[in-house]
Design a protein around this ligand. Structure first.
Ligand SMILES: *Cc1c(COP(=O)(O)O)cnc(C)c1O
Length: 355
């Protein structure tokens, strides 16, 4: 356990946890009792406080609402079989948050505020980390420009807030995805590598068009030629072709996922050839046609690993083999679940113990 600064706490008069049905948790709509709120002004973080989850007093001129200086992170805390609480790789989220902040002209968040704040908040709301199979506590740190002024320039004031949502395993049937040939998620020199609000706003319309055609989400391609595969929905995407694991390399346009990094690590440890490079639409379509595409799946914190059952390209729907017990994606999913539940040793030091 890490010793950290203790922030001032104002506790709820009464927890509302007794009103929550942990067997029936809609994603992201139920909130734990407390939140951490920090305010930045005059070049420094001040007024850090843990308080009841509650509305914020904001003015209509709040700069983030107009010009989108807004970034976020997402990670999960788990209750292990030893009844301890652990968080999966939060230092990676911490570093990524600050990369996003830099890109959006926002101040850096110190480690004692990000990591220390999460530790203190999750410790306080530890009852909200359910040990039921598949359940976890989703942690949402975010920051936004807080100036009350319109005018396009970086805000001088910011809020950094952390709240938590109890969530259940994000089971969904294997997804049907469409390779997008017109709209783009990210361009070179753009903000694709940052977890910033506008990226998600811009993806809603094309995703909705695909949903109207019967697909769950899109496979995003590069913004110049639509020749290279980048991500799937809001997950990184991986393919197993001829026993090799292939995924888009990182850069401006691909988000550096913590799940991606972890799954690639496991693949290498387990002896797979891993190729992080430009992945062409053509090679994936050829592999689908030749039946050499063995697995396709998205990876990200929410669903961890989400198998793809169908890929659509230029009007043709190509079925993808469904994962079996022996599939890499199932093996990786099981390994990560066993690790987070304390059923196997944390051999790579991926868990941070909260309490
Ligand atoms: C958050 C996110 C991911 C997954 O990142 P994780 O750290 O694994 O949760 C992938 N792509 C996009 C666009 C994302 O926003």
């Amino acid at each position: 356990m890490v010793e950290t600064t203790q922030f001032e706490v104002q506790k709820v008069a009464q927890s509302h946890i007794t009103q929550v049905d942990f067997d029936n948790l809609p994603f992201g709509r139920i909130f734990a009792d407390h939140m951490l709120v920090a305010y930045y002004a005059q070049g420094q973080w001040q007024e850090v406080r843990i308080q009841p989850y509650s509305p914020l007093p904001i003015y209509p001129s709040l700069s983030a609402l107009h010009y989108g200086q807004s970034i976020f992170e997402g990670m999960k805390a788990y209750r292990t079989v030893q009844d301890e609480i652990v968080i999966f790789r939060p230092y990676d989220n911490f570093e990524r948050m600050n990369r996003s902040a830099e890109r959006m002209c926002m101040p850096a968040i110190p480690e004692e505020l990000f990591i220390g704040g999460i530790l203190q908040l999750v410790q306080l709301d530890q009852a909200w980390v359910s040990g039921k199979p598949g359940n976890s506590l989703y942690i949402r740190p975010f920051m936004f420009g807080a100036d009350n002024a319109i005018g396009i320039r970086p805000s001088e004031t910011y809020y950094f807030i952390i709240f938590c949502c109890p969530v259940s395993s994000y089971y969904s049937e294997p997804v049907k995805v469409k390779i997008e040939q017109h709209y783009v998620r990210a361009v070179e020199g753009g903000t694709g590598y940052a977890k910033t609000a506008g990226n998600y706003a811009a993806s809603l319309y094309p995703a909705q068009l695909a949903q109207k055609q019967g697909y769950h989400q899109l496979i995003w391609t590069d913004g110049k030629e639509h020749k290279y595969i980048e991500e799937s929905g809001t997950m990184n995407v991986m393919f197993i072709i001829d026993e090799k694991l292939i995924t888009a390399s990182l850069g401006d346009t691909v988000l550096d996922g913590v799940t991606r990094k972890s799954v690639l690590h496991l693949a290498r440890e387990w002896g797979y050839i891993v190729e992080e490079r430009k992945v062409t639409v053509a090679e994936v379509v050829t592999a689908l046609e030749n039946n050499t595409l063995q697995e396709a799946f998205g990876v990200g914190t929410a669903a961890v690993i989400s198998p793809i059952q169908l890929i659509a390209y230029e009007g043709t729907d190509y079925p993808v083999p469904l994962p079996t017990e022996k599939s890499f994606s199932n093996r990786a999913k099981k390994y990560l679940d066993d690790l987070k539940r304390g059923r196997i040793a944390d051999e790579y030091g991926w868990l941070l113990k909260v309490c």
